[in-house]
Write a protein that binds this ligand. Sequence first.
Ligand SMILES: *[C@@H]1O[C@H](CO)[C@@H](O)[C@H](O)[C@H]1NC(C)=O
Ligand SMILES: *[C@@H]1O[C@H](CO)[C@@H](O)[C@H](O)[C@H]1NC(C)=O
Ligand SMILES: *[C@@H]1O[C@H](CO)[C@@H](O)[C@H](O)[C@H]1NC(C)=O
Length: 476
Amino acid sequence: MLSKVLPVLLSFCACYGGPASDLETATNDHPTFVTALYYTEWSFYNKHYPIDIPLSHITNIYYAFAKIDLKSEGTYWGDENIALEETIPLIHEDTMSSFGARDENLYSYDYAKTSFEAESIVNSTGLIGQLLQMKELKKGLKVSLAIGGENTNHVFEEATSSERKTERFCQNLVNTMRKHGFDGIDIDWEFPDPKSALKLSNLIKILKDKLSSAEIEDGMLPNTYLLSLALPLDVSSLKTYQFETLRSYVTYFNLMGYDISGPWSELANYHSNLYSLETKSVSSVDYSVQYLLDKIDKTQLILGMPNYGRSFEGMGAGLPFRGCANIPGIKQEQNQCIVNYHNLPPKDYTEVHNYTAGSSYAYSNKGLGIVFYDSPQAVRQKANYVKDLGLAGGFWWDSYGDNYRVKENRSLLYSFVDELGGLHMLKMGDPSSNFRPEQADGTIASSYATHCSSPDLQIFLSIVSSWFFFFLVFML
Ligand SMILES: *[C@@H]1O[C@H](CO)[C@@H](O)[C@H](O)[C@H]1NC(C)=O
Ligand SMILES: *[C@@H]1O[C@H](CO)[C@@H](O)[C@H](O)[C@H]1NC(C)=O
Ligand SMILES: *[C@@H]1O[C@H](CO)[C@@H](O)[C@H](O)[C@H]1NC(C)=O
């Protein structure tokens, strides 16, 4: 059965991206939205691969992170082998990290093992090779290279400490982007202090300039390469940014709408609350969004949401705590207290969504603690918020955390898209503008995409394919 179904599934996927722009022109009387996921290089070690991201539901992927090499003003990979060389299966049997179509029934280990032995399993060359293959599966999907990450203020400062260094750094970033077939650059400078604000503006300005030159060389329309910038939630930090400069160069600002509270806080509390709480902390996602809407265009702002919770050994919001909640079977670092969403709510915990706070929590029925996170209801509330304010869309940190198992019907990404109004509400990149890596270095991403010629057939298939994932699961 699988040997017949799989090529069909892949060809439906292959056709899926193409028609989105047809659908868009057919129904361009409504705004469309971005849905983006950060894919972290280290989620490879959890057997979570880029292909586990549900292609049908996303428009953008950020590959995190390229690190900054101060000796060359260039970048390097955290693990070059897995980024570029390791053999990575395009189809694999690990159910924990699997996406929608790979429900337990379809891809149970035993089932997969017996079925795949007869299949010629397609492998990818490195995580980045797999991302390129995914762009073939979904034309118009945009994959950006994210640079930096946590605690990178110092390295960014160094890399931009003179005009000459900044020029070289930007040129290297653009070269790396083109060499590996990315569609854009995501700057995760976490976070500039007041004295580095000017350097950040200068970096973004020069980077945009280099991207524009690359667009001309690559025969692309202006603003095809994406330039995005991660933003902290804290308004006192946001005051550092020179938005009047940045807004004219940046495609998307990715607001990190999480980590408001954690083990470093005085009291246990929500960490991604949409609205302010009665307790001490005035921080909220909405508070920062309102601040930003005065500074940048609303269609530049992507709302960031967590695919994880933060736990506390305590009794509730605004109350003292001792450390991480004790959750049997879940390992947490004491300075993080992070629990992936796909493990939430834990066994013997009760989930509650707080509409007033615009986020959720689960408390232990045995008094072991509390975890704050976004439930599907919280994400639906945020989807309406994005729609009402006309923001660009939503992104999540990170793709490994979500629960894509269709039967459990808990995926945050699926809930968000559903609440927006469905797949036709997603903004698809122009497939013809997808960068072809052979332009840069002579290599071509391996492709098994089926060519779909008839536009009517494409539209038909795009509608069918979205239901097909669900259908598959119940059939097999
Ligand atoms: C794919 O990779 C696996 C694991 O490395 C290997 O055993 C298999 O032969 C590869 N398949 C193909 C078709 O290259
Ligand atoms: C929801 O949050 C509000 C605001 O912080 C708080 O007053 C209320 O008690 C919370 N309700 C629940 C059920 O947690
Ligand atoms: C999934 O859950 C949502 C919200 O609870 C509900 O509206 C929807 O019908 C469910 N879908 C399925 C397939 O059960």
